[in-house]
Ligand binder design. Structure first.
Ligand SMILES: NC(=O)c1ccc[n+]([C@@H]2O[C@H](COP(=O)([O-])OP(=O)(O)OC[C@H]3O[C@@H](n4cnc5c(N)ncnc54)[C@H](OP(=O)(O)O)[C@@H]3O)[C@@H](O)[C@H]2O)c1
Length: 267
């Protein structure tokens, strides 16, 4: 798919990956509707894109609010006269012992990571289907294929996004609307602040810069990819986990023990 002139709605536009994505997509000639919560920062991002000759509109919205997806979809459709590509990039994480996560925090994570992307997709799909053209891009994670201890709710939410992407892609087969699932590995952003970054350093996790991840997301779009896993050997481990999950249980045991100390203290 050629990105130039595409009307793209991107959530999480002020995040590490989302911000880089917005800048790169604008440079490639896309028209953008940017979603995040901080009005001033969002306006500043839109303005800096415009100053470089791009096109961007700010839609400040807390996606946890009731009817947020409906509001965002309608606002973006109105402002850009339609949406060709939805990039579900907003996300939150939880690192800690599963039984110490509050039910409210569990629900909030599920809402932002799974329910809102599905609702946004639901809201935008009719116009894409009518034009027989469109793309839903879902940001998953390597943790959406390999269940990671102490990221249990987060892992589960990314497994859900992978399943959602696969099922919807099959449902939309032949309609002209595609679904692309992109799974980054550990990326240096605010999502991983504090205990997570300390843990990642201690266990020697491979890390990517958000700009590189943004470029991979764009490549996945341009190459009409269905699934796109970022990083080696993580993408190999994804395959091993499907074929030989008990092997990975053993391989991850030592790392889990190291990780637990950080998770226990992250209250
Ligand atoms: N970083 C990683 O290691 C990594 C690895 C694999 C996958 N991913 C996935 O990549 C995506 C982007 O992650 P990131 O690392 O760029 O995260 P990030 O830097 O923490 O940014 C997250 C973005 O989500 C938005 N968001 C969160 N809650 C929201 C809410 N209630 N309403 C509106 N917006 C909300 C934030 O908006 P505000 O600016 O308003 O806070 C922010 O723009 C996520 O889906 C994440 O799961 C990340």
């Amino acid at each position: 798919m050629n990105i130039s002139e595409q009307r793209i709605l991107i959530t999480g536009a002020l995040g590490g990956i989302g911000n880089e994505l917005a800048l790169e997509l604008a440079e490639k000639g896309a028209k953008l509707a940017l979603v995040a919560r901080d009005t001033d920062k969002l306006n500043a991002l839109a303005q800096s894109i415009e100053e470089r000759g791009g096109k961007a509109f700010a839609i400040a919205c807390d996606l946890a609010a009731p009817d947020a997806a409906k509001f965002v979809a309608e606002h973006a459709t109105q402002t850009m006269n339609g949406v060709d590509i939805l990039i579900n990039c907003a996300g939150i994480t939880y690192f800690g012992l599963f039984d110490q996560q509050s039910p409210e925090a569990m629900e909030a994570l599920w809402h932002i990571n799974v329910v809102v992307p599905m609702q946004l997709t639901r809201a935008l799909l009719p116009q894409m289907s009518a034009r027989r053209q469109g793309l839903i891009v879902n940001l998953g994670s390597v943790f959406g294929s390999i269940g990671f201890a102490y990221f249990t709710t987060y892992s589960a939410s990314k497994f859900a996004m992978r399943g959602f992407s696969e099922a919807l892609r099959r449902e939309l087969d032949g309609t002209g609307v595609g679904v692309t699932y992109v799974a980054p590995r550990y990326t240096k952003t605010q999502l991983n602040k504090g205990a997570i970054s300390l843990m990642a350093e201690a266990v020697g996790m491979n890390t990517d810069e958000p700009k590189l991840v943004a470029r991979h997301v764009i490549r996945a779009i341009e190459q009409d990819r269905k699934d796109y896993y970022i990083g080696w050997p993580e993408s190999l481990f994804v395959g091993i986990n499907v074929l030989l999950p008990r092997l990975l249980d053993g391989a991850l045991r030592k790392q889990n023990n190291q990780t637990r100390a950080f998770a226990e203290n992250n209250i």
